[in-house]
Write a new protein. Sequence first.
Length: 363
Amino acid sequence: MTREALLNNVAELVKSKLKPLVDDIDRKGLYPKEFMLELGKIGGFAATGTVEEGGNGLGLATQIAVLREIGKECGATSFSAWCQAACAWYLHQSPNQAVKDKYLADILQGKVLAGTGMSNTVKHLAGIEKHNLQAERVEGGYKVNGALPWVSNIGEDHIWANTAQIGDSYVMFITGGQWEGVTLQNCPEFCGLEGTRTYSLNFKDVFISDEDVIATPEQFQSYIPTIKAGFILLQMGIGAGVIDGALGIIRMANVVNAEVNSYLDHSYDDLKAALDGAWAETERLADDAWNNKPDTLATLKLREAAAVLALNATQSAALHAGAKGYLMRSPAQRRVREAMFVAIVTPAIKHLRKEIAALEAAQ
């Protein structure tokens, strides 16, 4: 399958199966499970893996473009699909063949839905949080204890990736809702992104077998840089899709109110030009990461700029729409909340700026 054919198929599925659900996803917390499964069937997660792994080999840039197509209609579902793609990316990059053989093809093909519980890890490695999961080595694997405040795109029949601290290193692994000792608890209600199957997790003496290990403590330090840029770049698909949605609102508002809207700070043309520039950089950096030549500093700077652009674009969309943009049913109102999520989801703007400052100081 070509990239163009895949994106056309995704766009058609989004239009026919996701668009009618968007208000229920946003307002009622509906999780679009059937859409996610159908997305898997048409190859919507497969670009993150090679043909030999069960994917289509189209690469990271194509996977980001798929997430953008979803985000044009629904930021929440784009985030859920990002969780799945991120988990596939971790496995694609894993040095351990057993865990790849066990899980990767099913995730790439959407036969199993998967999440990522790496927010605490990424913040911990940046010196922002303590590590919440602890592991000890036992015969045949590891025993894990601790709790995580929220992990997305998970459920009783989902799997996901986590890390646990062990000594002065970490073990990264796959676990799931049916593992003995794993408990899922509902989170407090969010202002947006409710339809993403986000839960708090508790681990009580959870056994992780060696064949479920993505990176051992000995591998972790060299492994984590191989996934970091891709993890962040995949989020560009969410942000770009949300901005696309905002641009659509601005374009519609300008049909009637172009003259008075010209006095607002951000015009359609300015925002579109900024998005086009960010997208070209996304494609370049994604190709580098896919070819195991990640540029972490450039990726962090791009992601920070995209978060700011999403905030500006969605607020501008609401202002262009005027009073209509303040209605609860308005897409502009939803897009503002989705952009806030782009700005605070790990890595948040403040996190990105902290890491950028540290890398620049070290140069």
